[in-house]
Design a protein. Structure first.
Ligand code: ADP
Ligand code: MG
Length: 448
């Protein structure tokens, strides 16, 4: 019954966000989840009055939360203790079923295709995952996704799960870490009599439409489990059941694997996720900030994206830290000094940090113009040229996406940025003054 408790706990959290503490304590706190039957979560209330009140006043809220969960559960039923025996048969039946197959169709609702930012580092993996989710078992089997830590492998696997379940609530999907798989295998051997060996294990893993194994590198040295996986693989494959595997390396580099397993893994489609470029990191931060309802100016986004380039989990962690820090201090996350303070344990803030701000500041002080004016809309010739030089320098020194530069300069579009950049580039070749100015400002920036 683990599963129904887990679902109920998540539901409770959602419900508590929607109603007052008083009502929550009065009506919800003492409810106990009993079981799930026919996609219905059965909950026990000690008092009939609680049952009636909840059905009358909170049914919609509960159903909304159930929907958000995105599991196979689609309704609930509140009963009183005297009604439990009616469900006892059903509970026994479910327990029996659970013993042979613990299929927990539950995926992290944050890990969807919609929440996944696509860039050059992951677009092939993304497209392959979408194709697999659309037609499991037919196109790419197995789908093998590999890449470094924190780059989105688990996210993509959950997204596949979420998508398949969205289209087919009854789909039987097992997602598990390779460690869980190994432990399950070991348990199955330990707990069964000789002739029963592996039976339970086999039923569980071969009786599915989709099997996803995360972090297959943990199979290193697990010869028995490798053998079991080989047979599982063949069974599923033969019946056109989808297999999705993730790993930190390409199958050919998984030299600890039995050769036959290695070759099975490479027999479908193998895709990699590599380090995200700056543009993708910026887009990820923007998306996550948006969903957290936090407004971060582009120079702050850029600053964080520039610093955390190896691991998206760390990139997100930095964002979380900044938000938390600013809430604590009661300040807005709107300038680089605050961000540096928030992240002082994670980045080297003493080293000179080249940023959009530092380049624009240097340009402004060189031309003795206010920052507001350079970033703003004024069309005075002198200001326009300073602005264009700043844009040129940023492009030259930082390699920031054009759209980012555009939004930093008050929401200009990328064609304006290209125009400014190209114009100064040309001028620098023919106009000595401009060439000198550029050199001087670069010097200033470097010395700061
Ligand atoms: P891995 O399994 O490869 O170690 P995860 O899938 O756990 O990495 O990803 C780490 C974190 O980074 C997760 O919170 C995930 O949502 C986020 N993440 C990774 N790639 C992306 C992406 N392309 N778009 C949005 N978030 C991402
Ligand atoms: Mg992972």
């Amino acid at each position: 019954m683990e599963e129904c408790k887990k679902i109920w706990d998540i539901l409770l959290l959602g419900i508590s966000n929607n109603i007052s503490t008083v009502s929550y304590d009065m009506w919800f706190k003492n409810l106990e989840p009993l079981t799930i039957t026919y996609n219905k979560l059965i909950i026990v209330a000690n008092l009939k009055s609680a049952k009636n009140t909840i059905n009358k006043n909170y049914r919609k809220i509960i159903l909304d939360e159930i929907k958000k969960l995105n599991t196979y559960v689609d309704d609930y039923l509140i009963i009183t203790p005297d009604e439990i025996p009616i469900y006892q048969d059903k509970i026994d039946e479910i327990k029996k079923e659970e013993a042979s197959s613990t299929n927990l169709n539950m995926f992290d609702s944050n890990f969807t295709f919609e929440m996944f930012v696509v860039g050059s580092s992951n677009q092939i993996a993304f497209a392959a995952a979408k194709a697999v989710a659309k037609q499991p078992g037919t196109l790419h089997n197995p789908l093998f996704i590999y890449g470094g830590v924190g780059l989105g492998k688990t996210h993509i696997m959950h997204a596949i799960g979420n998508e398949i379940i969205k289209n087919n609530k009854k789909a039987k999907i097992i997602y598990c870490t390779t460690e869980q798989f190994v432990n399950d295998f070991i348990d199955s051997i330990r707990n069964s009599k000789d002739n029963e060996q592996n039976r339970k294990f086999r039923e569980k893993y071969r009786n599915v439409d989709v099997l996803m194994l995360d972090d297959i590198q943990f199979l290193a040295g697990k010869i028995g489990t490798q053998e079991a996986l080989f047979h599982t693989f063949n069974d599923l494959y033969q019946f056109k059941k989808q297999i999705v595997i993730s790993s930190d390396k390409h199958p050919r580099e998984l030299t600890f694997l039995e050769e036959r397993l290695q070759s099975r893994f490479s027999s479908g489609l193998t895709v990699d996720i590599s380090l995200p470029d700056l543009e993708t990191r910026i887009a990820i931060l923007q998306k996550k900030a948006f969903y957290k309802n936090v407004n971060l100016p582009i120079n702050v986004i850029y600053f964080i994206a520039e610093k955390f380039d190896k691991n998206i989990r760390e990139l997100e962690g930095a964002l979380q830290k900044v938000i938390f820090f600013c809430q604590l201090k009661g300040v807005q996350p709107d300038n680089i000094d605050i961000i540096k303070e928030a992240l002082k344990d994670d980045i080297d803030v003493s080293s000179h940090i080249l940023s959009l701000d530092s380049i624009v500041d240097a340009t402004c002080s060189y031309f003795n113009i206010k920052k507001q004016e350079v970033i703003g809309k004024k069309k005075l010739k002198q200001i326009v040229q300073a602005r264009q030089i700043a844009i040129y320098l940023i492009n030259d020194l930082l390699g920031v996406p054009l759209a980012t530069i555009g939004s930093y300069f008050g929401g200009r579009d990328h064609t304006t940025i290209i125009y400014a950049r190209d114009k100064i580039e040309e001028l620098a070749k023919t106009d000595n003054l401009v060439a000198t100015q550029i050199k001087d400002i670069k010097n200033m920036i470097q010395k700061r």
